[in-house]
Ligand binder design. Structure first.
Ligand code: ADP
Length: 447
């Protein structure tokens, strides 16, 4: 096991990793920008080091400063959390060449997964079901038009190196394609540094279902269950559930086998997620691989009893994966609510500022992963996720009523949050009935 881990992140995920380290008896070093000097993660770790000014490019994305912080504190491993450098192959390489174990997969795997159109090609060639679409990137609008004539509309243009639900354009006809193709290319270039795009058939009202992979350094690849992430706004997840809702156990079982196969094809290591879209007839299609611990990992922890972050650290240190696909039982139902510092009444505008007062819910089946407290300052420089409310109960019905109760208890004063929006979702009959898909919010709430 490692002696000391540097956590190259901030906010709730840094706190989550510190908790896992503590339970494993591993020391932890935090890094912080000058904006985060008093942030929770700096207080809970054994040591903390300033790595630069508030701008992410100068601190949490500054590979040299982070590697130097790990070197001067004699760390033997680095946990990247999610976001920031978590899926940056150069960061993995810098860690490795400085004798630091990167807690995640090797750079080759990160690079392949990061190139979404390439990852889809690899899966297609290995007979994993993928969405009908272009074989790799599409060069220009005229090729796109020719291709879509055969494929049929509607289609979606996606940035090959895109992420976080950004860089996608839906085209319902030829006219849309001519208009959106150059836009998609330039957006992809400005947001992700590469103007490469690919095209997929647009699936109407799909479910987003993803599988949690745990893979050690010795080729033992297991899957510990699935998550439903269909409640999205603008292709970004807002609320997640485990297990999947209204999906037959037969489909789940087959998808799980494909997820394990997909991970084996690319010789996956450490924790990862294989994502699929599922259409109304339960046809499913691989869309991408995420090579990090996911924001929504706690719901899997709640229904399996597995501490995924501890497993992740153990595996990276060379300990064998002792989990198996069959003996991990799924128990009850879990729902995660992403509490963002955003004004849901005003187009979800970011709402940084000071939290004047705060009360976290508790009681049976309630878990809150957060770094906030009364008087904490929410910085405008970083992601707006400030807390995750995670609910567990025996049944989905009970989990929903417990969620309403916990959201009612949750008080955050001084800034606007997504708490009221979550209550709105829970009040919808179709949500209660489990009739959910990626357009649920648009259809039911009209935004
Ligand atoms: P990102 O990496 O940016 O999260 P994904 O490829 O994982 O992008 O897709 C995010 C979401 O976008 C999906 O969960 C789904 O809601 C929507 N989406 C992506 N591809 C399609 C498609 N072909 N048809 C319909 N919706 C899609």
């Amino acid at each position: 096991m490692f002696k000391r881990i540097l956590i190259a992140n901030r906010g709730e995920v840094a706190v989550r990793v510190i908790r896992a380290c503590r339970e494993l008896g591993v020391e932890c070093v935090s890094v912080y920008s000058t904006a985060d000097k008093d942030c929770m993660h700096t207080k809970l770790s054994d040591r903390s080091i300033c790595i630069g000014p508030p701008q992410p490019a100068k601190s949490y994305l500054n590979i040299n400063n982070i590697i130097s912080a790990a070197a001067v504190t004699n760390c033997d491993a680095v946990h990247p959390g999610y976001g920031f450098l978590a899926e940056n192959p150069e960061f993995e390489e810098s860690c490795t060449s400085n004798d630091l174990v990167f807690i995640g997969p090797p750079s080759k795997v990160i690079s392949l997964a990061g190139n979404k159109s390439r990852a889809i090609e690899v899966m297609r060639n290995s007979r994993i079901p993928v969405i009908p679409g272009s074989n790799g990137n599409v060069k220009d609008a005229s090729n796109a038009l020719k291709f879509c004539k055969r494929l049929g509309y509607p289609v979606i243009i996606k940035a090959s190196f895109g992420g976080g639900g950004r860089g996608m354009r839906i085209c319902k006809d030829k006219k849309d394609m001519l208009y959106f193709f150059p836009l998609a290319v330039s957006e992809s270039k400005s947001s992700f540094g590469v103007g490469e795009v690919y095209i997929e058939k647009y699936i109407s009202k799909p479910k987003h279902i993803e599988f949690q992979i745990v893979a050690d350094n010795f080729g033992n690849i297991t899957c510990v269950g699935e998550r439903e992430c269909s409640i999205q706004r603008r292709h970004q997840k807002l609320m997640e559930e485990a297990p999947a809702v209204n999906l037959s156990s037969r489909t789940k079982k087959i998808m799980k086998e494909y997820a394990i196969r997909a991970a084996k094809i690319i010789n996956y290591k450490n924790l990862g997620t294989i994502e699929f879209l599922v259409d109304e007839n339960e046809n499913f299609y691989f869309i991408e691989i995420n090579t990090r611990i996911q924001v929504e990992h706690p719901i899997t922890e709640m229904v399996t009893g597995i501490d995924l972050v501890k497993e992740q650290i153990k595996i990276a240190s060379g300990i064998k994966n002792t989990l198996s696909d069959s003996n991990n039982k799924i128990s009850g139902h879990a729902i995660e609510f992403r509490i963002n510092a955003e004004d849901s009444e005003n187009k979800f505008a970011p709402c940084p500022g000071k939290i004047t007062d705060c009360f976290l819910p508790g009681g049976p089946g309630v878990r809150v992963d957060t770094y906030i407290h009364s008087n904490s300052e929410i910085s405008p420089f970083y992601d707006s996720l400030i807390a995750k409310l995670v609910i567990w109960a025996n049944t989905r019905e009970e989990a929903i009523s417990r969620s309403v109760r916990a959201l009612d208890e949750f008080k955050i004063d001084g800034i606007k949050t997504t708490i009221p929006f979550h209550k709105k979702i829970l009040s919808k009959d179709n949500f209660k009935l489990g009739k959910i898909h990626t357009h649920f919010i648009e259809e039911e709430i009209g935004i």
